[in-house]
Design a protein around this ligand. Structure first.
Ligand SMILES: O=C(O)CCC(=O)N[C@@H](CCC(=O)O)C(=O)O
Ligand SMILES: [Zn+2]
Length: 334
């Protein structure tokens, strides 16, 4: 048993070093683990709690977003030490392994735009998206508990709200309990998507009606330079889910809610954003402000009401999203 336990502690390091652990399954203090493939780890509780959800936690979908990987490392160590009592079926996913090793957002193309059932593109990232979709399909097929997926990221820019949730667009709504849990986890804002986005969290929400979010947990930093103390309330939420108990709640009014009004796309090589590169997320621009110039699409100018900018990035691939333009709403959208 001790060999197996030591293996789980090393799973993150071995996986990031490109090695496959010798044991693909073993015992934990309160259950078992099964490795379904590189970076795909299932935790199975010996005693399933009545409140348990079928929980998916994914990290490293973008390789330079290290804080969620370190947060996961803390939780796995606590699980293995017996400080956490596993009580819910849990799938842990380390997303883009080559790009984590390279310390880059992605290697060839953005993995987080490829989670679409009919996606059959060539290349490593499209192939990884297919593997991860199959892992989600299999996990949700084997567990009947209410489905939940948190895909953990960090953002390139500073932000007026350093920790925020992106709620993928889908027909199914979000349960009110999610807003209470996210508020208690110190999420400061929620951004409701207005159309399908083919991200990983969208996959679980759209195809499985899961309660699913992309969670932005601060700014991108190299390994070892993250402040995990500010993520303690988020860790408490994740640990409650792993234990299969009801997470702490807080008043959702503590969070600001936004809805996407427009997606700014890069349509040509000759594309630029008309504001400084280091503009923080959720910065607001008045009516009449020119936000972008594209040789094909022309200028984008704010009309009717002010717009705030989220995830601005002029250097995305052609045809990709260069920014979300958003407006505050008073309440959650569904
Ligand atoms: O800071 C940035 O510009 C990007 C941070 C990031 O990776 N965000 C996710 C959001 C996913 C979503 O829209 O739900 C992404 O761009 O994939
Ligand atoms: Zn990301």
């Amino acid at each position: 048993m001790s060999g197996a336990l030591a293996m789980l502690a090393e799973w993150l390091d071995l996986t990031l070093d490109g090695e496959l652990p010798s044991d693909t399954q073993g015992r934990l203090p309160f259950g078992r683990y099964v490795l379904h493939g590189p970076g795909i780890l299932e935790l199975a509780p010996s005693s399933l709690q009545p409140q348990a959800r079928a929980v998916i936690v994914s990290v490293g979908i973008h390789g330079n977003e290290t804080a969620p990987i370190e947060l996961l490392g803390e939780m796995l160590a606590r699980l293995e030490a017996g400080l956490l009592r596993l009580g819910a079926p849990t799938l842990i996913i380390l997303g883009n392994l080559p790009s984590i090793r390279a310390g880059q957002r992605f290697c060839e193309t953005n993995l987080n735009r490829l989670f679409r059932r009919d996606q059959d593109e060539p290349g490593d990232e499209p192939q990884r998206a297919r593997e991860l979709m199959a892992a989600v399909d299999s996990f949700y097929a084997r567990h009947s508990q209410p489905r939940l997926h948190y895909d953990l990221h960090t953002a390139i820019r500073d932000s007026r709200f350093p920790r925020f949730a992106v709620e993928p667009y889908a027909d199914n709504g979000i349960h009110a309990e999610q807003w209470r849990w996210l508020a208690a986890a110190d999420i400061q804002a929620v951004l409701h998507q207005h159309q399908h986005s083919w991200t990983f969290s969208h996959y679980s929400k759209h195809y499985y009606q899961a309660q699913a979010f992309t969670l932005e947990l601060g700014k991108v930093h190299p390994f070892g330079e993250n402040d995990l103390a500010v993520l303690r309330p988020m860790r408490q939420l994740l640990e409650a889910l792993l234990e299969g108990r009801e997470p702490p709640g807080a008043d959702p009014d503590a969070m600001k809610f936004f809805t996407v009004a427009h997606e700014l796309m890069r349509e040509s090589e000759d594309f630029r954003l008309c504001f400084p590169d280091d503009t923080p997320n959720f910065s607001e621009f008045d009516v009449g402000t020119r936000l972008a110039c594209d040789a094909k699409a022309g200028e984008f100018i704010v009309t009717e009401q002010p717009l705030a900018v989220v995830f601005p990035n002029a250097h995305v691939e052609l045809g990709a999203r260069a920014a979300l333009l958003v407006r505050a709403t008073t309440t959650p959208q569904n």
